[in-house]
Design a protein around this ligand. Structure first.
Ligand code: FES
Ligand code: FES
Length: 158
């Protein structure tokens, strides 16, 4: 049976009437038009559907929307402020860490959660932070250098 489910999406309250076991990924894309959240494997393996829920990284393709009731959800679109890209986004572009771009929203959100926790992440922490996000294009080295550069930039801007 369908239910009304309310949550905060990129800072604004939204309400949807859907079956609570429908995945958050499908609700975001099909019911709310947030196609910036990418649908890849839809089995919790690739990380392309990553969103931040209450400060934690979640694979939205395996997250029933009923569990989102009352939570605060951020998609990659929520990182832009007044049309300005987040520094992590800008540095990913500058460093050439984006190729096809399919993995990029998920990876950048994973990096955001990492850098919210520490602006001096070690190599192991960086690897761990993006370990759930598969990239078929870049070979990861540009992604790693972008993450390190973003950490330095955000540390010095604090
Ligand atoms: S689409 Fe969700 S993990 Fe792959
Ligand atoms: S840039 Fe294509 S999958 Fe990562």
């Amino acid at each position: 049976m369908e239910k009304n489910i309310k949550f905060i999406l990129n800072g604004k309250e939204v309400e949807v009437t859907v079956h609570p076991v429908k995945t958050l990924l499908k609700v975001l894309r099909e019911d709310l038009g947030h196609t910036e959240v990418k649908a890849g494997c839809e089995q919790g393996e690739c990380g392309s559907c990553t969103v931040i829920i209450d400060g934690k990284i979640v694979n939205s393709c395996i997250f029933p929307v009923g569990q989102a009731e009352g939570s605060s959800i951020i998609t990659i679109a929520g990182l832009c402020k007044e049309g300005e890209l987040h520094p992590i986004q800008k540095i990913f572009i500058e460093e050439g860490a984006v190729q096809c771009g399919f993995c990029t929203p998920g990876i950048i959100l994973a990096v955001k959660v990492l850098l919210d926790r520490t602006l001096s992440p070690g190599d192991e922490e960086i690897r761990e932070a993006v370990s759930g996000n598969l990239c078929r294009c870049t070979g990861y080295s540009k992604i790693f250098s972008a993450i390190k550069k973003a950490a330095v930039y955000m540390r010095t801007k604090k």
